[in-house]
Design a protein around this ligand. Structure first.
Ligand SMILES: Cc1cc2nc3c(=O)[nH]c(=O)nc-3n(C[C@H](O)[C@H](O)[C@H](O)COP(=O)(O)O)c2cc1C
Length: 211
């Protein structure tokens, strides 16, 4: 199945049937998210994977009262790194040097460029907003990866991040949740949306072809 066919097949399922996503499919979806690009490769976000039904029930009750949270088999939490971004930059430079067999001084120009971008964005809140944009690229990649595995994926912003972070103890891990993705299999009988046509602007209205 081509990627476009998979994207036609997918929809944001609201009701899932409880069937478990096989381990190998789950791992490929996680790997796709890990490989998502980010600005400067900084990857200022992580994935939190929750399978335990009890834990998902607690998330549902305290922070995200949508059926997909408990009717899927897995819940992915996209969470930005809440630590100082200049420290994240130092870590990224060390990691890049180690991975590519370079010295940190080889990367001094690259480091200065990223530092300039962080300076220009302003305060920690602005850095967090930038990090969330990177996490959303991962969300999109994970949605596409799930579709290519014929796994239903329900993205969710309709939840209380502080309450969810509390349930999962994310502050202690230096994380803040920004988006959720429930994984599972559609329950077409109970899900009205399963039969709906996709609502998207036409290609003519969507793409400005300027030459
Ligand atoms: C970032 C994001 C957040 C979303 N949040 C929710 C949500 O909280 N609850 C929900 O039922 N659907 C949510 N959706 C699903 C959208 O409503 C859905 O993707 C959109 O209507 C397009 O329909 P389709 O994905 O079924 O093609 C979200 C989608 C995205 C991409």
């Amino acid at each position: 199945m081509s990627l476009v066919d998979a994207l036609q097949w997918r929809y944001a399922a609201k009701r899932l049937n409880g069937e478990a996503v096989p381990e190998e499919k789950l791992e490929r979806i996680l790997e796709a998210a890990r490989l998502a690009p980010s600005s400067f490769g900084l990857q200022p976000w992580s994935l939190v994977h929750v399978r335990s039904p009890e834990l998902r029930q607690r998330i549902h009750d305290a922070a995200a009262p949508q059926p997909q949270v408990i009717e899927g088999s897995d819940l992915l939490v996209f969470a930005v790194h809440d630590s100082d971004f200049y420290q994240q930059l130092d870590h990224h430079i060390r990691h890049t040097a180690e991975t590519r067999g370079m010295t940190e001084s080889d990367l001094a120009g690259f480091r200065d460029m990223i530092k300039g971008t962080l300076d220009g964005k302003g305060d920690h809140q602005a850095h967090l907003a930038w990090a969330a944009r990177q996490a959303y690229i991962g969300l999109g990649v994970a949605i596409a990866a799930a579709a290519s595995e014929q796994v239903d994926a329900s993205p969710m912003e309709g939840f209380k991040p502080d309450a969810l972070d509390e349930v999962l103890g994310l502050h202690d891990k230096g994380l803040r949740s920004v988006a959720l993705l429930a994984l599972g299999y559609r329950d077409a009988e109970r899900d009205q949306g399963a039969g709906f046509k996709k609502v998207r602007r036409s290609m003519e209205k969507f793409v400005y072809r300027l030459g």
